[in-house]
Design a protein around this ligand. Structure first.
Ligand code: NAP
Length: 313
């Protein structure tokens, strides 16, 4: 199969589009022909070597953990999936490739009305948003500030909070303020203007906060929101200040929570914006774009066109 591999840590030029052996589905595993792989910031942090003290990488390595596609082979003992099923989920074997092998707990069936393109954009955003929000228990009527609200995780958090009846204030660059309004959030600027903008947007105060952008946000918000009602997915040092950290092993994610979100997406009640779709050969450019840090939603890699007809959502 074709795969983008790296043989060393480095810039996006480290990627090599190469022919590698197609992995078999062993007992307990499912092999999926990949339609779309998603690019997450995690992967350029692994590719560059920044995360090497925390995450071990054996070369040659295929990066990418999120994907959608069609089940192609089922290993012994797997009863939940069959060849031909449309699925989305996580694959630590690396999704920048024509095939992945993964375990069934990392997969969720994609509802009929949801395209494989839309489905590939959802697993990480939905899983992370739900895991982080579980730590701050937001109630209807509360006011929550979401940092990096236009990003893939931030936009999922905004939608889940709006659906819960919270008032949501989202930080983003001004180019994304219209988008944030369309998601149901009141937009404010991040950076030095944040406290001033927040005072105007929420004169009654803020009850809780989600941080998907880091860069000093926790320290800005600590005087305004109790530490235990702030959750960050990026500023791991903030745990020492009593802030909730949604961390864990990013390559051990399971798909249990994402089925209901895929269903909401199929019904048009949840969406992750797709920033750009590139081919597998164009992966290096997509990594550069992700590293620039101003995405509106998700960057996808179209690995294979597996859906002949347009699907509704
Ligand atoms: N802990 C976990 O389990 C977990 C899981 C998933 C992701 N993450 C991490 O969470 C972060 C966000 O992931 P993502 O996939 O949502 O990223 P993304 O889609 O690339 O979004 C990044 C967002 O950051 C915003 N941003 C840029 N500069 C900023 C600043 N100075 N202050 C605040 N926001 C700023 C951008 O907003 P504008 O475009 O509006 O400028 C953009 O929307 C990444 O670092 C990722 O590695 C952690």
């Amino acid at each position: 199969m074709q795969a983008q591999i790296i043989n060393r840590f480095g810039g996006p030029e480290a990627f090599e589009l190469t022919e590698v052996e197609t992995p078999p589905a062993r007992a307990g595993e499912v092999r999926v022909r990949v339609a779309y792989a998603a690019v997450n910031p995690l992967e350029w942090k692994i590719r560059s070597g920044t995360l090497s003290p925390m995450i071990q990488t054996e070369f040659p390595a295929i990066l990418g953990n999120e994907f959608s596609g069609i089940v192609d082979e089922v290993g012994a003992g797997v009863a939940q999936f069959a060849v031909g099923d449309r699925v989305a989920g996580f694959a630590p074997s690396g999704s920048y490739a024509e095939y992945v092998v993964t375990t069934s707990d990392r997969l969720s069936v994609v509802p009929e009305r949801l395209s494989l393109e839309r489905a590939a954009a959802l697993p990480t955003a939905a899983e992370t948003a739900l895991r982080a929000l579980a730590l701050i228990d937001v109630q209807a009527g509360e006011t929550v500030v979401v940092n990096a609200a236009a990003g893939s995780v931030g936009s999922a958090v905004v939608q889940l909070l709006v659906a819960r009846g919270a008032t949501v204030i989202g930080t983003g660059s001004e180019a994304n303020h219209g988008y944030l309004r369309s998601l149901g959030a009141m937009p404010v600027r991040y950076g030095p203007h944040l406290t001033e903008d927040l005072a105007a947007a929420a004169p009654g105060g803020v009850d809780a906060a989600f941080d998907g952008g880091g860069r000093g946000f926790v320290d800005q918000i600590l005087g305004l929101v109790p530490a235990q009602r702030i959750v960050t997915i990026i500023d791991f040092a903030a745990g020492a200040k009593g802030v909730q950290v949604a961390g864990g092993d990013p390559l051990a994610l399971t798909a249990g929570a994402i089925g209901p979100v895929l269903q909401l997406a199929a019904e048009g009640r949840f969406a992750t914006e797709i920033d750009t779709v590139v081919s597998l050969a164009e992966l290096a450019g997509a990594h550069l774009r992700s590293e620039e840090g101003h995405l509106r939603g998700k960057l996808l890699v179209r690995v294979a066109e597996l859906e002949a007809e347009a699907v509704q959502a």
